[in-house]
Design a binder for this molecule. Structure first.
Ligand SMILES: [Zn+2]
Length: 120
């Protein structure tokens, strides 16, 4: 999370320099600011996309108690929501016990998806 914050700070400093360059060349005014933001937007669309989908991002959901969607055991449950090349934010949530979750993440790792592990 901290790494992502630093990246984000650098990204804003970059956008400051674009604004400064455009304003310096075209003068201070609403139109040069709009142009600067158009330039910035075209660049930072990709940079932001990278920052928020890079390896820094791994999202798990956790449930204190519930039934595993696989083996039906009642225990604490995990759900992998987001890692690079795996995005289940829009999917029907399915929660798994630690064993089933491990089996599933191992299967995903075999497919080449990079998962570091649960954050707690
Ligand atoms: Zn299970």
């Amino acid at each position: 999370m901290f790494k992502r914050f630093i990246l984000y700070q650098i990204r804003w400093q970059l956008s400051t320099s674009i604004l400064w360059l455009v304003v310096k060349n075209l003068g201070v005014g609403i139109y040069s600011t709009i142009i600067a933001n158009l330039i910035g937007g075209s660049i930072f669309f990709w940079i932001d996309k990278f920052i928020f989908t890079s390896e820094a991002v791994e999202m798990w959901h956790f449930r204190e108690r519930g039934y595993c969607d696989d083996c039906q055991k009642e225990t604490s449950l995990w759900r992998l929501v987001l890692v690079p090349n795996y995005d289940r934010r829009q999917s029907e949530p399915r929660f798994f016990c630690i064993e089933c979750s491990k089996r599933r993440t191992d299967a995903l790792r075999d497919k080449g998806i990079k998962i570091r592990g649960r954050s707690r």
